[in-house]
Write a protein that binds this ligand. Structure first.
Ligand SMILES: NC(=O)c1ccc[n+]([C@@H]2O[C@H](COP(=O)([O-])OP(=O)(O)OC[C@H]3O[C@@H](n4cnc5c(N)ncnc54)[C@H](OP(=O)(O)O)[C@@H]3O)[C@@H](O)[C@H]2O)c1
Length: 248
């Protein structure tokens, strides 16, 4: 039986535990997986039934319903840092703050290996601190607007998930929420850098569009990444799939 998240949110946020009444609620338990004190990296995507995270033009507003949007804001509030790829900044100009729930906003982090983004996005002009992680030879100065530019190690010219996490940990940012888009969450997943994967599937069919998870193509289904013990948690008309990739 599901419990209104508002009834356990203050205890979860401030005490990193669940009140007795919510101890068996699947969504509350999923949030608790991310609230634990040790290092943890959670990746989340909201996608259509046919596996897209945005239209071809990059529009992704209202991909999932209100319950999942509130869940995203709760994950931000539990996180030390929220990470997005440059493609998400380019298309969404997001704020990545906790406007819908009580709780602090995390440090915002943009992965832009080659520094293709200009300074005019909201992340770089307003709100909580933002870091831009890029290749050392693309760093070109200390600031992008108000954001701090942080050179990190790359492979094939791209910031690696491991180097990104190391740079965040060097700043005491241990609980990391990788919020999108598809390219970025895929790099973290197939790079072995996620502890928890969440996919929220909405009953929406785009036909084609920007892909969600994309990785090495297995020849046979038994070679694919099978998520054993995956929890399916109803969220209104959406379904949240929550998978711990490593034992807690
Ligand atoms: N449904 C969801 O959960 C969700 C969440 C977030 C975003 N989105 C949507 O996903 C889309 C973006 O996702 P994505 O997978 O394409 O990218 P992304 O994961 O946000 O960003 C990944 C990469 O974008 C590349 N990139 C491509 N063109 C770029 C440009 N012109 N300037 C800067 N970087 C550029 C960079 O690659 P290199 O590292 O190779 O340089 C960057 O690291 C947007 O449409 C957004 O609305 C959906």
């Amino acid at each position: 039986m599901s419990v209104d998240p508002e009834t356990y949110w203050p205890t979860l946020l401030h005490e990193r535990r669940l009140p007795e009444a919510a101890a068996a609620d699947p969504l509350a338990r999923a949030c608790l997986d991310f609230a634990r004190p040790e290092r943890v990296v959670l990746g989340h995507l909201g996608q259509s039934l046919d596996g897209h995270v945005a239209t071809h033009s990059g529009h992704s507003a209202n991909m999932t319903g209100a319950a999942n949007i509130h869940h995203l804001h709760r994950l931000r509030a539990l996180a030390d840092a929220v990470v997005v790829g440059a493609g998400t900044v380019l298309h969404d100009d997001p704020q990545l703050t906790t406007r819908l729930v009580d709780g602090p906003s995390p440090v915002r982090v943009v992965l832009d290996s080659r520094r293709r983004l200009g300074p005019d996005y909201r992340l770089f002009q307003e709100g909580p601190p933002t870091l831009v992680l890029c290749a050392a030879d693309a760093a070109d100065g200390a600031r992008l607007g108000r954001a701090e530019i942080v050179p990190v190690a790359t492979a094939d010219g791209r910031v690696t998930p491991a180097a990104a996490l190391e740079a965040l940990r060097a700043r005491g940012l241990e609980r990391v929420f990788v919020e999108g888009g598809g390219v970025t969450v895929s790099r973290f997943l197939f790079g072995g850098s996620l502890d928890i994967l969440e996919i929220c599937v909405s009953p929406l069919v785009l036909g084609s569009g920007r892909p969600g998870l994309a990785g090495p193509a297995p020849e046979r289904t038994e070679d694919a990444l099978r998520l054993d013990g995956c929890q399916a948690i109803p969220m209104g008309a959406d379904m949240l799939f929550h998978q711990k990739l490593r034992p807690a």
